[in-house]
Design a protein around this ligand. Structure first.
Ligand SMILES: Cc1cc2nc3c(=O)[nH]c(=O)nc-3n(C[C@H](O)[C@H](O)[C@H](O)COP(=O)(O)O)c2cc1C
Length: 437
């Protein structure tokens, strides 16, 4: 276990920092329970369930009982915003054969899911949260059927080698890219028909739109200059805006890819935020009112994306430094777009110490909301405990052991938390891992 979790106090975490970024000050967690006012929407509190793919949809992309169970637990758990996991805009763009995908045929099943989740909140005596869908094209991480079928937008010596893609592997054409805005628009229309409160046009984690932001070498109209690299993404955002009605137009974006030569990355893997912050301003000007700030990719540099206690390789940095980088990025974005509600990512590693740092970040204007990803799988009612008990209970916290991801990487695996939601997910872990530890 590379770094494990050697911390007994928030101060020990602060003292462990070695990199250029500080953690925010610790604040009074009552700020997390207060309503958040966005442009045209109100969240009942500042706590967010981050998008967490459950890989438990039907082959046609509809939610199943497993999906419904997850969202009912989240809704009854008290968070102000459920940022629903990746929902594909077309069959080829799915990251796994059981990824959600909204279509004319299954829109009613999404409506039923939303109704069930809102009812679960009411049954728990709570006002229902806002629920938005994350619209995605998985790009080079597409695995729509049993086999991986990467759709790359440019060549990358590092990622191509990582994925074993030969030099002559196809690159998505300009014409194929030009078909995407219509797909994002259509999916947005269906999401609003199903009753979502809004949609996120996803550009993070090196999925297609995120990869394109760093397409410095791609020839033609969609590579090279900032204007070219953002053209298709902005067209997708505009297409979503045209269908959103009074709903929330959101975006989850990478500010930093964490790999040399890529988006947001400077000398020696330092942060180079000039273009990413320009993107933040441009998205705000295009009508995006809710932003979720993230970094890295789970496939290649998960220590950047979601600092962990236990993972597939030894992290090259103290995970608390990784969290500090994520929170610093959000603070920069929030300052750039003060009217936008920015959601900070990266609290799960901090366990029960997370809420105080989230509160401090919000109090000093570095975010308006704080999100928990793996922490939501482990502890779906974390928000309720923060509101009612003034904090998170250590024995309910996510231990960032990576088991949810290990389940997800197995064919047909449905990720959840076997550590804290044992009766439901331990059998799933043993089913997909077979004899593997
Ligand atoms: C199993 C799993 C599924 C995920 N699914 C998504 C997803 O669908 N969309 C997305 O933007 N991020 C996804 N993420 C990333 C999380 O939303 C989050 O950014 C990351 O886990 C870091 O936050 P945390 O430290 O609170 O876990 C996923 C992460 C895991 C571990």
């Amino acid at each position: 276990m590379p770094f494990g979790f050697p911390f007994h106090s928030a101060q020990e975490m602060i003292d462990s920092l070695k990199g250029p970024f500080a953690l925010p000050p610790q604040g009074d967690v009552s700020i997390l329970a207060k309503p958040v006012q966005g442009k045209g929407f109100t969240l009942k509190n500042a706590m967010v369930v981050q998008p967490m793919e459950g890989c438990d949809g039907t082959a046609e992309g509809a939610p199943t009982d497993w999906t419904t169970r997850r969202y009912c637990r989240f809704a009854a758990g008290g968070a102000g915003l459920l940022w629903m996991e990746a929902v594909s805009v077309n069959p080829e763009a799915r990251a796994n054969p059981n990824q959600l995908m909204i279509t004319e045929e299954n829109v009613e099943s999404f409506r039923a899911l939303l109704e069930a989740a809102r009812q679960a909140a009411r049954d728990a005596g709570l006002e229902p949260p806002k629920i938005i869908a994350q619209l995605t094209h998985s790009g080079r991480w597409s695995r729509p059927y049993d086999e991986k079928k990467p759709i790359r937008s440019w060549t990358s010596p590092v990622l191509d080698a990582h994925q074993g893609l030969p030099a002559d592997y196809p690159i998505i054409t300009d014409e194929e890219l030009e078909a995407l805005p219509e797909q994002f628009g259509r999916s947005t229309k269906l999401c609003m028909q199903a009753g979502f409160d809004g949609v996120d046009v996803k550009a993070c984690h090196l999925y297609l739109m995120s990869e394109m932001l760093g397409g410095f070498d791609r020839p033609g109209p969609y590579g090279g200059s900032y204007e070219n690299r953002t053209k298709i993404y902005f067209a997708c955002v505009d297409a979503a805006r045209a269908e959103i009605g009074g709903g929330i137009l959101a975006a989850r974006v990478n500010l930093y890819d964490g790999e040399a030569g890529r988006w947001g990355v400077g000398e020696n893997l330092s942060l180079a935020l000039e273009e990413p912050l320009r993107l933040v301003r441009d998205l705000a000007a295009r009508g995006v009112t809710l932003l979720n700030i993230t970094m890295g990719t789970p496939y290649y540099n998960p220590h950047v994306n979601r600092p962990y206690a236990r993972g597939g390789y030894e992290q090259p940095e103290n995970p608390v430094d990784g969290v500090a980088r994520l929170l610093y990025g959000c603070a920069r974005a929030q300052k750039e777009a003060p009217d936008v509600v920015c959601v900070a990512t990266g609290f799960s590693y901090l366990r029960q110490f997370g809420p105080a740092f989230a509160a401090g970040l919000i109090a000093e204007g570095g975010a308006k909301c704080a999100g928990w990803g793996r922490g939501s799988f482990a502890y779906p009612d974390f928000a309720k405990d923060v509101i009612e008990k003034g904090g998170m209970i250590p024995d309910k916290c996510c231990v960032t052991c990576g088991v949810c991801t290990r389940i997800m990487r197995q064919p047909t695996g449905r990720p959840g938390c076997p550590v804290r939601d044992t009766a439901w997910y331990a059998p799933e872990f043993y089913r997909v891992m077979g004899g593997k530890k």
